[in-house]
Design a protein around this ligand. Structure first.
Ligand code: IPE
Ligand code: MG
Length: 191
């Protein structure tokens, strides 16, 4: 049987995925929660390859949120370890798949080597023209808005900006998601 034809008209331009249910997936199988996170990383790799294959233009993945620091230290440590390995792998994949990778969220509280890997990944992939892959890390929508508001307020205080000049476009330009169209399809991977 030949492979089904892909109708490009029906491929969403921007797919956003909220990762959820990894822990429950593992526990249901009698495995530790971290096994679910590990499987989640493998799934992410499969999804990016598939998005590239299908010609999706934008893929955003919500991974670790600002809330997730409240989890047991062992779990946070395991997640950071997986992130460390994933970033190294993604540096290679970005070139192979012509992906432009950007991290959304506030990376300042991450460990130094993770921050370095993120900068390296963004730098090495910035001119790639295929899939635009956004990874939200230590991400929270309120945190994103707060950081944007602080930047705008700073400019206004320094006298470089008249508050009347604050438009929707100007505010959007301060968000982590600047330049990225809104998602057409949002998937949360748990029940
Ligand atoms: C998503 O799975 C991964 C992260 C948020 C890091 P969860 O860890 O939220 O798994 P459940 O929802 O507890 O099963
Ligand atoms: Mg969850």
């Amino acid at each position: 049987m030949s492979a089904p034809q892909i109708d490009m008209q029906r491929i969403p331009r921007h797919i956003a995925i909220i990762m959820d249910g990894n822990g429950r997936w593992a526990v249901r199988r009698g495995l530790p929660r971290t096994a679910g996170h590990q499987e989640g990383v493998e799934t992410v790799k499969r999804i990016t390859e598939e998005a590239v294959r299908l010609g999706v233009k934008y893929l955003t993945l919500y991974t670790f949120s600002t809330e997730n620091w409240k989890r047991p230290k062992d779990e946070v440590d395991a997640l950071m370890k997986l992130l460390r390995r994933y970033l190294k792998d993604c540096i290679k994949r970005s070139t192979k798949n012509n992906m432009c990778v950007r991290v959304l969220g506030d990376i300042t509280p991450l460990e130094e080597d993770l921050k370095q890997s993120i900068l390296e990944l963004e730098e090495i992939s910035k001119n790639n023209t295929g899939l635009h892959f956004q990874v939200a890390l230590n991400y929270g929508s309120r945190d994103e808005m707060l950081r944007a508001i602080r930047n705008v307020a700073k400019e206004a205080k320094e006298g470089d900006l008249d508050p009347e000049q604050i438009t929707e476009e100007l505010f959007a330009s301060q968000l982590d998601t600047r330049g990225i169209p809104d998602p057409d399809l949002l998937i949360r991977t748990s029940g």
